[in-house]
Design a protein around this ligand. Structure first.
Ligand SMILES: [Zn+2]
Length: 246
């Protein structure tokens, strides 16, 4: 009887240990998978709340979290709605001004002072997009004292997630004006996705302004092409803030 009990205890302990090892192994695998996962940091700039909000369901459908770089003096209803849906509110100056044309006081007023206004209303602004992609090293130095990531607007840049934690990163416009046809757009996206797929843990910034047929917008069809293709290839959508906290 005693012997049977002993065997039972040994067996139970063994099974328990195996289960713990399995769980720990699973967690480790999950972490490795997360670190290796490549992604897209999709953003919309300026301020088109009605248009943007209309597409919240489409973003959800593809599990896409987006960063909205807003131009406004304080958080609006849109900002709260977007945050509730898991999107990030980033900043883009109050009046969409070219920071290179401003005095230091004006830069403070347009790009730095609003951080406190937003903070008082529950928003921690940590990502900033330069209006017109207009910046220099001095601006980077100044703004990085207040923001974690500064985003440019002029080119395609494949970076590691680590680079997205702090500093300046470029971003590629997917606005209609840059592509002559849907075919050309899709080809460009295919190249980007293939590059992402080849580079472990890489991310790329893409942005537009609204979802529409205008020059500085992306059509719904093109946006859905990006969302679907990424989804099908297992490429994740990240907000800027998510990567800063990683
Ligand atoms: Zn802008």
């Amino acid at each position: 009887m005693k012997r049977k009990k002993k065997i039972l205890i040994i067996l139970t302990t063994g099974i328990l240990l195996l289960m713990i090892a399995g769980v720990l192994g699973g967690i480790k695998l999950y972490r490795v998978h997360k670190a290796h996962q490549c992604g897209i940091v999709l953003a919309f700039d300026d301020y088109n709340p009605q248009n943007w909000e209309k597409y919240f369901d489409l973003f959800d459908q593809y599990d896409a979290k987006v960063t909205f770089f807003v131009c406004c003096g304080e958080p609006t209803d849109f900002c709260y709605h977007a945050a509730e849906r898991g999107h990030e509110i980033g900043f883009h100056t109050i009046n969409h001004v070219d920071l290179l044309a401003l005095s230091e006081d004006e830069v403070y007023e347009q790009a730095i002072a609003p951080i406190e206004v937003f903070r008082e209303k529950g928003f921690e602004l940590t990502s900033f997009a330069y209006p017109k992609g207009s910046y220099n090293e001095e601006l980077n130095e100044l703004l990085l004292q207040h923001y974690k990531v500064l985003r440019g607007a002029w080119s395609y840049e494949l970076v590691s997630k680590y680079q997205m934690r702090n500093g300046f990163v470029e971003s590629l416009s997917i606005d209609n004006i840059h592509y002559n046809s849907d075919e050309e757009f899709e080809k460009a996206i295919d190249v980007i996705m293939a590059e992402l797929d080849k580079n472990v843990g890489a991310v790329v910034g893409l942005y537009s302004h609204a979802i529409d047929g205008g020059n500085w917008c992306v059509t719904e069809e093109r946006l859905e092409y990006v969302l679907k293709k990424a989804h099908d290839m297992g490429i994740q959508f990240y907000t800027f803030k998510e990567l800063q906290e990683n």
